[in-house]
Write a protein that binds this ligand. Structure first.
Ligand code: C5P
Length: 308
């Protein structure tokens, strides 16, 4: 008996930040060994996969999504095409991508779009793949795609694709300050290598004290352990980020850091009221394009709408 498939599936998928990003030596495969703690935030991109009478997968970008790649390099499109090829799917799909996560901002926006496309097309085409199967496929597309699928707060090992859930208490309130410019992740890693060329880069490790603070819900302690090994590289490429981070600390942030490879910066607020004050104050510095409030942890890519 044929099971009716949906005519469209809508998926929300979260931005990520790294509460701790420890970067190890460059590996033979061109990646760096990482020890990281990811957290998913309620700043989301949305992908709708619509059944198409044709056999191809096509992409539309919703207005206001920023400068997103439209062609074959778009990670959502790559993800859907990879799924179709691997599982010999005959049907096509029209993907509609609507973004609010900054493009090339260090928040894994492209990777989370790939996660959303995998979840949407898995349902649209009735493949019934499990999260782990989608995750394995996602890791072929980018190191952060598996976390976009899982969400929450998680330890990331290897190049970031090997995940272990982390226990946390409470909701963390962040101010996310977006930048006027973008940074290329490979260029930031290359700068990290140049800055560290004269020393042996040790194997990275997440401090146990950070994990304990997350478990206790001690946000003040979490603020002191926020750390990003890519920060010095990002600041050397965008020196104004240092001023923005300093401003956040002056306005009472519990911690401040560059997110991932930057240039987005994130600030841990004491509570929602403080987040509001911090966001207004940071916007007023003129050092960022926008300052938005976001909370975490939230789940990974999930279906929010489906139509028969
Ligand atoms: O995996 P993803 O495609 O997101 O990585 C983009 C680039 O970032 C890689 O080509 C590599 O230059 C750098 N990278 C790295 N080590 C990691 C993750 C990413 O050097 N663990």
């Amino acid at each position: 008996m044929d099971v009716a498939l949906p005519s469209s599936v809508g998926v929300d998928s979260p931005a990520k930040i790294n509460l701790f990003l420890g970067v190890g030596p460059l590996r033979a495969d061109g990646y760096h060994e990482l020890a990281t703690v990811f957290q998913a935030l309620d700043m989301v991109d949305h992908v709708t996969a619509v059944a198409d009478p044709g056999t191809a997968v096509q992409l539309e970008i919703a207005p206001g999504s920023g400068r997103v790649p439209k062609g074959g390099t778009n990670l959502a499109l790559k993800a859907a095409r990879l799924l179709k090829r691997k599982y010999k799917v005959k049907q096509g799909a029209r993907l509609i991508l609507s973004k609010s996560i900054p493009v090339a901002g260090g928040m894994a926006g492209g990777s989370t779009d790939a996660a959303a496309a995998l979840v949407a097309c898995n349902a649209l085409w009735g493949l019934g793949l499990a999260l782990d199967e989608l995750s394995e496929l996602g890791a072929e597309l980018g190191s952060d795609v598996p976390f976009g699928l899982h969400g929450g707060t998680a330890l990331g090992a290897s190049r970031g694709e090997v995940l272990t859930p982390v226990l946390t208490t409470g909701t963390f309130v962040w101010v996310v300050a977006t930048s006027f410019t973008s940074l290329s992740t490979p260029e930031v890693y290359a700068t990290f290598d140049r800055l560290n060329a004269t020393r042996d880069v040790p194997a990275p490790a997440v401090p146990r004290a950070l994990l304990a603070a997350l478990r206790r819900g001690d946000h003040e302690a979490v603020g002191t352990y926020l750390h990003n090994d890519l920060q010095a590289a990002a600041i050397s490429m965008r020196p104004e980020l240092d001023l923005l981070l300093e401003a956040g600390i002056d306005y009472g942030a519990l911690g401040a850091m560059v997110s991932g490879s930057g240039p987005t910066c994130v600030f841990l607020a004491k509570d929602p009221e403080h987040a509001m004050e911090l966001a207004v104050a940071l916007s007023g510095t003129g050092l960022c394009r926008s300052a938005k409030i976001a909370t975490g942890p939230v789940p990974g890519a999930r279906i929010t709408r489906a139509q028969d």
